[in-house]
Design a protein around this ligand. Structure first.
Ligand SMILES: [Zn+2]
Length: 257
């Protein structure tokens, strides 16, 4: 496995080249309802990054960085077990990361983000690291929930399955079934919001929210619709999609460079 942290320091200069792509998995440690582990976003981001580096690492010259486990999860701060960084702290951490990455032979850094609550901040960091450290920065999502720009599906979750719902639960059932307790899974869809067209997930008016504004139990979606079979299907799609995305990242060039 092409893990940067497993290299010895003098090997870095020869193992990496100007065209290497560094993959930074970005997870979260936060409540995922009563049925999924705190590590849900971390294990998904890490497993997907490992899978894609395993599959396409040699071809695309991919290098895996250790995952960021603690990130911006204050929408779940009300739940004991959530361990989160403030926006200011996380931007500082990402700036420090960028400064260090800039000393490597490559300038290509791709965030693979498993937690929707990080998306806006990582988009800001993309530009900050570009301007401050001259990096080429990219932001990929294993799957894009609707609260951070993903496409709405016409489904039983009414497009509201953004946290610990059908798909996320299915993926963990596929990857780590021993960490899931489906006897505790229950539907929690904020149906009143689904009738709105502007101020809603995917609407053109964004709004600040904490997960306990939407659902007392911390689930936003319907995990009772989840299955390991669905998870396996989604996982295959996520792997293929991440591989295709990274193939473009590997060859991306600005017109003026
Ligand atoms: Zn999650």
């Amino acid at each position: 496995m092409r893990r940067l942290a497993d290299l010895r320091a003098p090997e870095v200069a020869s193992a990496l080249s100007a065209s290497s792509v560094l993959i930074q998995p970005v997870g979260a440690i936060e409540q995922h309802g009563p049925h999924l582990p705190l590590s849900t976003d971390l294990l998904i981001a890490e497993a997907l990054a490992e899978a894609v580096v395993e599959e396409r690492g040699d071809e695309l010259d991919l290098w895996l960085l250790p995952p960021l486990a603690y990130t911006k999860s204050n929408e779940h701060a009300w739940a004991p077990g959530t361990i989160w960084l403030s926006a200011q702290t996380m931007l500082s951490v990402l700036d420090d990361l960028g400064r260090c990455v800039a000393t490597l032979p490559t300038k290509r850094l791709a965030f693979l983000n498993g937690h929707g609550g990080n998306s806006a901040l990582l988009a800001v960091a993309n530009r900050e690291l570009r301007v401050a450290h001259g990096l080429m920065t990219f932001l990929l999502h294993p799957s894009q929930p609707r609260d951070s720009g993903g496409a709405a599906e016409d489904d039983d979750e009414l497009g509201m399955g953004v946290h610990a719902g059908r798909d996320e639960t299915s993926i963990v059932l596929h990857l780590r079934p021993e960490l899931v307790d489906m006897t505790l899974a229950s539907r929690s869809v904020p149906e009143s919001m689904a009738s709105r067209s502007r101020v809603t997930f995917g609407g053109d008016v964004a709004f600040g929210w904490s997960s306990d504004d939407l659902a007392a139990g911390g689930v936003i979606g319907d995990p009772t619709l989840a299955s390991a079979e669905r998870g396996a299907q989604l996982w295959a799609g996520m792997r293929a999609s991440a591989g295709e995305a990274l193939a473009e990242v590997a060859t991306f060039a600005f017109p003026e460079s």
